[in-house]
Design a protein around this ligand. Structure first.
Ligand code: 5GP
Length: 190
């Protein structure tokens, strides 16, 4: 059996990574599992523990670092986020494709660590910076200070988009999702 593909999806905060991920999982049959990260960030009202993230304390996060449980972890605007290592490998060994939705530094680390060629990476771009800002604001989950920090971080992330296999414009969820799925299918056939 072929090992599952590792699919990396990055993009600035507010670009719609979660929406694209859910659309792809609901509308296409890709034998795809989403890798649920661990984070020290506060849970947003609509988020579900064990579905969107494993929400943990700083102490729990430290323990997971000490026990070498992460494929990668990074700090992002004051919180830490990490990809649990064992689950990703277990799924891939079963032939399941695994989707990581992570920021640029973690993505670079994964790309350097995973040396087989069963990896494909996507960077999602907003149509405009205004669209990005209004999306973060619409979410109404962050303070003004955090919104500004996330926007700044997003600009710096966009300047690193050339480290990805594909840059996808999120001008329309269905269209962008289809483009990503077509590229994944082509990679699966290769
Ligand atoms: P948010 O707080 O908006 O859910 O996530 C902030 C950023 O952290 C997003 O770019 C998201 O993709 C990224 N992120 C989520 N989980 C992980 C992870 O396990 N590792 C890394 N490096 N980034 C993550």
């Amino acid at each position: 059996m072929k090992k599952g593909l590792l699919i990396i999806l990055s993009g600035p905060s507010g670009v719609g990574k979660g929406t694209i991920r859910r659309y792809i999982m609901d509308n296409f049959d890709l034998k795809l599992a989403y890798s649920i990260s661990m984070t020290t960030r506060q849970k947003r009202e609509k988020e579900v523990e064990g579905v969107d993230y494993y929400f943990v304390t700083n102490e729990e996060f430290d323990r997971n670092i000490a026990e070498n449980n992460f494929l990668e972890w990074e700090e992002f605007v004051g919180n830490r986020y990490g990809t649990p290592k064992d689950k990703v490998e277990e799924q891939r060994k079963k032939g399941v494709n695994v989707l990581l939705e992570i920021e640029v530094n973690g993505a670079a680390e994964v790309m350097s660590k995973v040396t087989d060629d069963r990896v494909i990476s996507f960077f999602l771009m907003p149509p405009t910076i205004q669209a990005l800002e209004s999306r973060i604001r619409r979410r109404k989950t962050e303070s003004e200070e955090v919104i500004q920090a996330r926007l700044q971080k997003g600009l710096s992330e966009m300047s690193k988009s050339d480290q990805y296999d594909h840059v996808i414009l999120n001008d329309d969820v269905a269209r962008a999702s289809r483009e990503i799925v077509d590229l994944i299918n082509a990679k699966l056939k290769s």
